[in-house]
Ligand binder design. Structure first.
Ligand code: MSP
Length: 533
């Protein structure tokens, strides 16, 4: 459920609804981690948040996969869905809704929406001819195909010729309204490269697209003509709307859009941009619904510089990765190492190096040795220092004070690697400060006040870093807070209420004299021997 709210801001974010043709792959994990990070950051600020993920279960691709497995389609979907839900749990994804397009109430929402579009005279019967990629569930332009009529996205799959009567959605009617939308709301599609792709696509002139299929059972019948099955994408996009219903609520459009519509942010990969940035807003215009806040298309992941694929035998299994290294490690790597919006690479050596350098060393060791010193030199308590009296020009305070605002702006821009870099800058500065000030020597020289001042500043900087990084590495943040003697659970939905943002995002919060917890390594160094062969 949405979290308790400290102010009136609501924030709804979606991942794509993933196809259940197989177990989740690293691409689905990537978008879901990003959505979870931004949802958690909003919760931290006390906003009311709804994070939606789910599965897209209809269409030819799923029907065929089920057939290959000798399963009834629903049975197949139910099995695969468990795989998604279990991965999200392992990755510590705190979603509020899991939207399945086979849910009976989804059919009611789709039916009502279809009716609205129908009444606008935006649906008509026409003839569809063309090359269809079942893996994309999309018609392709002949000029875009690779040799032997292979799909440019699913390069090992050949497209299939279709020549049939379909129902069409009158997309062309929305050409001008869409152009006006992109002009009036330049942030609607992000990042800028994706926006430009959409603009040039729309400039070429929009064509109506078919929204029904014949010779396919696995889907909802077209309400006005049950011999046709509704096109999977028409049904899938509406899964975002169905997700907004309260669990037991009557499935009407009015109920669905009452609280959380319009959705603030759709996070997607770049391959499904057209559906979200062109078709979807046009469908919503037709149905008379307000449009979402923004659509952000992230890049594609490669492995060791190569496109991943089952046929290439170089897929990266997210279940395997998270089982070996844990949720925080996986979440941190993809958030920090890949500039969100651009293509990025996974390389296991780099993965290990970054985790060891940033989390085990810079952050983990820093906390560990500082806590041990505080144990010895300050009776195991937070040094008794009045943080308000520390000069704003102090080496760490000066860096810590503005950090929350910088991090918040970067989170808002979905510039996750900048968030991590910014926070790490404070952590690295703290290491340097500790080495330069050498509190162990100060203590030996009997300079108790100076020793405590140094240790306070470092512990407080680690606390602030943990707090601001908690949307990325909630487990680590919990461990750090607990070792600092603070009661916190960053996995609680109402985190913004029990750890008020204004207090915790400010440098100087750590209460002097508070008993510290036991110093234990928060992140085990990964030895190279543990790497996946
Ligand atoms: N079912 C549709 C979405 C419907 S939304 C109403 C779909 N599903 S999908 O499972 O095929 O794709 C899910 C997401 O995974 C897409 O956002 C896609 O961009 C992403 N990725 C697939 N391969 C990827 C990589 N190699 N790297 C990063 N993301 C990738 O499309």
């Amino acid at each position: 459920m949405g979290s308790a709210t400290a102010d009136n801001t609501t924030f709804a974010v979606t991942t794509p609804l993933y196809y259940v043709n197989g177990l989740p792959h690293i691409g689905s994990a990537y978008t879901t981690i990003a959505a979870d990070v931004i949802a958690r950051f909003h919760r931290l600020q006390g906003h009311s948040v709804l994070m939606i993920t789910g599965t897209d279960e209809h269409g030819q691709k799923i029907q065929r996969t089920a057939q290959e497995r000798n399963k009834a389609p629903q049975e197949h979907c139910d099995e695969i869905v468990l795989g998604f839900q279990s991965l999200w749990q392992q990755l510590n994804i705190a979603y509020d809704r899991f939207s399945r397009t086979t849910a009976p109430r989804h059919e009611a929402i789709v039916g009502e929406f279809f009716q609205r579009v129908w009444e606008q005279d935006d649906i008509y019967v026409g003839h569809q001819q063309g090359w269809y990629c079942v893996s994309c569930e999309e018609f392709k332009e002949e000029r875009d195909l690779l040799a032997e009529k292979r799909c440019p996205i699913h390069t090992n799959k050949v497209v299939e010729w279709r020549d049939e009567q379909n129902y069409f959605f009158r997309l062309s009617k929305y050409q001008q309204q869409l152009e006006a939308l992109y002009a009036e709301r330049p942030d609607f599609i992000q990042p800028a490269t994706r926006r430009n792709e959409v603009l040039s696509f729309v400039e070429q002139g929009l064509q109506d697209f078919s929204i029904s299929r014949v010779n396919l059972d696995w889907g909802f019948p077209v309400p006005t003509d049950p011999k046709h099955t509704l096109y999977v994408w028409f049904d899938a996009l509406l899964g975002y709307v169905t997700a907004l219903l309260q669990p037991e609520e009557e499935p009407t459009l009015e109920n669905a859009i009452a609280r959380w519509w319009p959705i603030n942010l759709h996070l997607i990969g770049k391959d499904i941009l057209r559906f979200h940035a062109v078709y979807w807003p046009a469908m919503l215009m037709s149905a008379g619904l307000p449009l979402p806040g923004r659509v952000f298309g992230h890049g594609f992941l490669t492995k060791d510089g190569q496109k991943m694929g089952k046929s290439l035998g170089n897929t990266l299994d997210p279940v395997d990765l998270v089982s070996r290294y844990g949720a925080d490690a996986v979440r941190y790597y993809f958030t920090k190492e890949i500039e969100f919006g651009r293509d990025g690479d996974f390389n296991e050596d780099r993965f290990i190096n970054i985790l060891n350098a940033d989390l085990a060393n810079d952050l983990g060791n820093l906390l560990n040795r500082t806590l041990k010193m505080a144990g010895r030199y300050c009776n195991g308590q937070v040094p008794v220092v009045d943080s308000a009296s520390i000069s704003p020009a102090h080496f760490l305070k000066s860096k810590g004070q503005g950090l929350a605002a910088v991090a918040a702006a970067a989170y808002e821009d979905l510039a996750f690697s900048q968030v991590c870099e910014g926070i790490l800058t404070l952590v690295r500065a703290s290491n340097k400060f500790l080495d330069d000030k050498a509190p162990w020597s100060l203590y030996k020289q009997g300079q108790q006040a100076e020793t405590e001042a140094v240790l306070y500043a470092v512990l407080e900087s680690v606390r602030l870093a943990a707090y601001l990084l908690s949307p990325v590495v909630p487990g680590l943040a919990n461990a750090i807070y607990s070792q600092l003697g603070l009661t916190a659970d960053f996995n609680q939905n109402d985190v913004g209420t029990h750890l008020p943002y204004a207090d915790h995002s400010a440098w100087g919060y750590l209460p002097p004299g508070q008993p510290l917890g036991e110093a234990k390594p928060i992140f085990q160094r990964i030895e190279v021997g543990e790497r996946i062969p």
